[in-house]
Design a protein around this ligand. Structure first.
Ligand code: DGJ
Length: 373
């Protein structure tokens, strides 16, 4: 059968000539043959080191799932283990996101888990998370400690104080009956800890249960906590080093029974998302807006819409994350609690649509950061 003639390269020609003459190349032919060998070696190197990896990479990329947020599914860290960062919050520092949350990997009994401590995960893209370990562990040898396994440690949040160069963690500490109702504080000079526990407060002499910390543009930080037996929310400014509550306090949502606060600021307006108080069971989220963090706050209603919005899609607010490098991009972080197996509580992260003072969140099975223009 006819086949198109292949143009012989100078290498092929030299090789052929050598074979045809049946002789070993003499000294005069050595440079030509050496060049040919060199060319072949270069071609082989290009193939092995560039072409092959490129194709392998392409095949792997096409086969792997594209990075995305899949609310209410099991989220694995980089080592393949389920992420344990419940009731959490995220700090962005030096181009890395640090996600802090409750480690609830223990056995659930009476709808509680013994305190293990606060976990930290790091990520540069919000999709892939490295486990940085338990950065504030339970204190096992002192039953009286706020951090004893028999106690409650919930909703840790970390802010960075650029003056003291310290990472400050606030958290809800409590006894198993939730009567202790205090805010605990810990510090570290690295985001990934270890954190040193400094003690706990009843800010402005009031009960403090579900809490969050909000750091304003002017560097002031505020503790926002469910107080007065969860009937009324308090907003208290923290001292300049963020380590103590001050006496500057506002009582908001008086007798409204709100908890699970998550605050953010956009275009000069403060937004505060909360849930109702129904234990581990989900209920409808609510948000409020203010131009002054100390109030007055105007209640705007439920920000979730569509099927499942009456229970915030089965989840409860914990934090709002500002996405770095994308102005106006905020992610709602919530927990889908599983009271029978708290360690298997799932994460619900959804993008927040903002139109002036109106917020809107819709359910999505899967999404990624490209939703933010
Ligand atoms: C609701 C709170 O938001 C959670 O953090 C937790 O304290 C549960 N209540 C306990 O029932």
């Amino acid at each position: 059968m006819w086949q198109p003639a292949r143009r012989l390269s100078s290498c092929d020609q030299t090789e052929m000539m050598t074979k045809l003459s049946g002789q070993v190349l003499g000294p005069l032919d050595t440079p030509t043959y050496g060049k040919c060998l060199m060319k072949k070696a270069i071609a082989l190197c290009v193939f092995v080191f560039f072409v092959l990896p490129l194709f392998t990479g392409l095949i792997l990329c096409c086969g792997a799932e594209a990075p995305a947020f899949r609310p209410d599914q099991v989220w694995l860290d980089a080592s393949g283990q389920p992420i344990q960062a419940h009731g959490g919050g995220i700090l962005q520092y030096g181009g890395t996101y640090f996600w802090f949350g409750e480690n609830k990997a223990g056995k659930t009994y009476n709808h509680r888990v013994d305190v293990i401590g606060v976990s930290c995960y790091s990520s540069r893209d919000l999709y892939h998370w490295n486990n940085e370990g338990v950065v504030l562990p339970a204190v096992k040898n002192d039953p009286a400690s706020d951090l004893a396994p028999s106690k409650v440690l919930e909703r840790p949040k970390v802010v960075y104080d650029r003056h003291t160069k310290q990472f400050v963690m606030w958290m809800h500490v409590d006894t198993a009956d939730y009567k202790y109702a205090r805010a605990g504080v810990a510090v570290s000079n690295k985001p990934t800890g270890p954190y040193e526990y400094l003690g706990s407060f009843r800010p402005d002499n009031s009960m403090s249960r579900d809490l969050t910390v909000f750091q304003d543009d002017d560097g002031k930080a505020y503790l926002i906590f469910a107080s007065e037996d969860n009937r009324t929310m308090h907003i208290t400014r923290l001292s300049d080093n963020y380590l103590r509550p001050t006496n500057e306090t506002a009582r908001v949502f008086i007798d409204q029974s709100r908890e699970a606060p998550a605050m953010f600021k956009h275009e000069g307006k403060y937004f505060l998302i909360t849930s109702g108080c129904t234990g581990w069971a989900p209920n409808a989220a609510q948000y409020a807006v203010a131009t002054n963090i100390m109030g007055p706050w105007r209640i705007k209603g439920n920000l979730t819409t569509g099927p499942g919005s009456e229970t915030t899609f089965g989840a409860q607010s914990t934090f709002v994350l500002r996405v770095a490098g994308k102005p106006g991009a905020f992610i709602f972080l919530a927990d889908c609690w599983n009271p029978d197996d708290l360690g298997d509580s799932r994460y619900v992260w959804l993008p927040i649509g903002i139109h002036g003072e109106d917020l809107k969140i819709e359910w999505r099975d899967q999404w990624d950061l490209s939703v933010f223009k």
